[in-house]
Design a protein around this ligand. Structure first.
Ligand SMILES: [Zn+2]
Length: 476
């Protein structure tokens, strides 16, 4: 059956958009660059939110909400921050029919408004730490947009913490990077590399930015989450101090960290195939669809009620649905659910009823198996786990296949262009050289891996000494 989805090897970008459309995840909005998240897409975000929110609370964080609008003067208080963000900000100049005395920025991120409040809330070491997270939308005026991956408005969470010591802030930054790694690997089945951003790539206003980086099926990199150690930059800008135990006034240490609806784009691009969306079971709202197949001679209502009974036996609650729509062939139903990435399809026909069995079909491999009814519940649990594992292993194998050590400019450029992937290359550590590499090749430093070994070498572009390899790639 024609899937209506452009094959990946024909046009990867069109494939991505076709998968989103076929699975009804999102739609383009009347405002260019914005996105409408449809119920199937929003269900994925809700699951990501639940998983993360629980991990945040387990690590001592609480949720709060700060306003969408930020006074212009706040944005301008931290020099690097405003320089980094001002060009992509939307600014409100009118309200209530008249020109505002001070323009208001629609938040591109909330450090400034939050630190203006922390000034009010922090005076003693007893007020620290503050471990706040916010679930919100932000706006960054993007010129080139792509559903989920880069949109003018997107949904995210942003954590903003305040600490008494530098060590505590650094430990928090690293802890949240681990939370993001667990989300990506254990739930989204996306293997990631943990690393540090270069000076050029770090967050505007941060001392250091840690990140997790993933490889998509077209071998490009995608930044999946970031965690920033902000040092005392925002405490200085907003004059936030506390009295320590010895009565001295000290500046507060800060972190911020975030992941966004971009993760849904990462899930699509990592796992899906030419038949549509493929979802890791742990974030799929519907994990199993049961399709009753009425025989020519049998009464459809009998097999439909048997399918309902079977779905109850699985004891998976709302994660199981029965597709007993009349006047739709089984083939069309299979196609419909394949497009939507439902991990398991169970087929139930008259012969299966006779033999007291059902057919399980896996979305990831297409593999079919006949399972006795008595074993079905246990088998479904096993297969869901196995799909989750297989998707992760498959993505990891692909990343390994397309990760190359390169030592000279010619092989750097050759591998980058065909087949593309992650290039482990030496780098001199200079921003000027990094910029030159980006201009000449379109590759950026994705990260300086945390587990990189010390290794003497030469930067392939300028020939200067290097102490370790970093990861270069073309990126989303
Ligand atoms: Zn260099």
């Amino acid at each position: 059956m024609q899937s209506g989805i452009t094959p990946r090897d024909k046009d990867y970008n069109q494939w991505y958009l076709d998968v989103i459309q076929a699975a009804k995840l999102a739609d383009h909005s009347p405002v260019k660059g914005c996105m409408v998240i449809r119920p199937n897409g929003y269900a994925l975000w809700e699951n990501i939110q639940q998983i993360l929110d629980s991990m945040f609370k387990d690590t001592g964080h609480v949720n709060a909400y700060f306003p969408l609008l930020i006074p212009e003067s706040f944005m301008k208080k931290e020099a690097e921050h405003v320089e980094g963000f001002a060009p992509e900000c939307a600014v409100v100049t009118h309200g209530g029919g008249s020109r505002l005395e001070e323009p208001l920025y629609i938040r591109p991120t909330s450090e400034t408004i939050i630190w203006s409040m922390y000034k009010k809330w922090i005076s003693s070491h007893r007020d620290l730490p503050i471990l706040i997270n916010q679930w919100a939308n932000v706006v960054r005026w993007e010129m080139r947009t792509r559903l989920f991956l880069r949109t003018t408005e997107f949904l995210w969470q942003e954590g903003h913490t305040a600490h008494a010591t530098e060590e505590e802030a650094e430990a928090e930054t690293r802890q949240m990077l681990q939370v993001y790694r667990r989300l990506a690997e254990d739930y989204l089945a996306i293997p990631v590399i943990e690393g540090l951003k270069s000076e050029k790539e770090k967050f505007a206003g941060a001392v250091r930015t840690y990140c997790i980086e993933a490889m998509m099926q077209d071998h490009r990199a995608l930044q999946a989450g970031t965690s920033h150690n902000l040092g005392q930059n925002f405490a200085k800008a907003f004059d936030v101090t506390f009295q320590d135990e010895s009565g001295q006034r000290q500046l507060v240490w800060a972190t911020s960290w975030g992941v966004s609806t971009r993760l849904i784009g990462a899930v699509i691009m990592t796992h899906s195939d030419d038949r549509g969306l493929v979802l890791p079971p742990r974030i799929a709202a519907t994990k199993v669809v049961v399709v009753p197949i009425p025989g020519k001679k049998t009464d459809p209502s009998a097999i439909n009620s048997e399918a309902q009974k079977l779905s109850q036996e699985l004891e998976l609650g709302r994660s199981v649905i029965v597709d007993d729509r009349p006047n739709l062939s089984p083939g069309r139903k299979y196609h419909h659910w394949e497009n939507r990435g439902i991990p398991i399809r169970i087929e139930l026909g008259p012969r299966d009823l006779e033999n007291n069995q059902a057919v399980i079909v896996r979305r990831d491999t297409g593999e079919k198996s006949f399972v006795p009814r008595a074993e079905l519940k246990a088998k479904v649990i096993d297969v869901l786990e196995d799909i989750q594992k297989n998707l992760f292993e498959r993505a990891k194998a692909m990343r390994e296949e397309f990760t190359f050590n390169v030592d000279d400019q010619a092989s750097f450029i050759e591998k980058l262009n065909q087949p593309g992937g992650f290039l482990n290359a030496h780098w001199c550590g200079e921003t000027e050289c990094e910029l030159r590499i980006q201009n000449e090749t379109k590759a950026t430093i994705r990260c300086i891996p945390l587990d990189a070994k010390e290794e003497k070498g030469k930067c392939p572009f300028c020939g200067k000494d290097s102490r370790q390899r970093v990861v270069f790639s073309k990126a989303y």
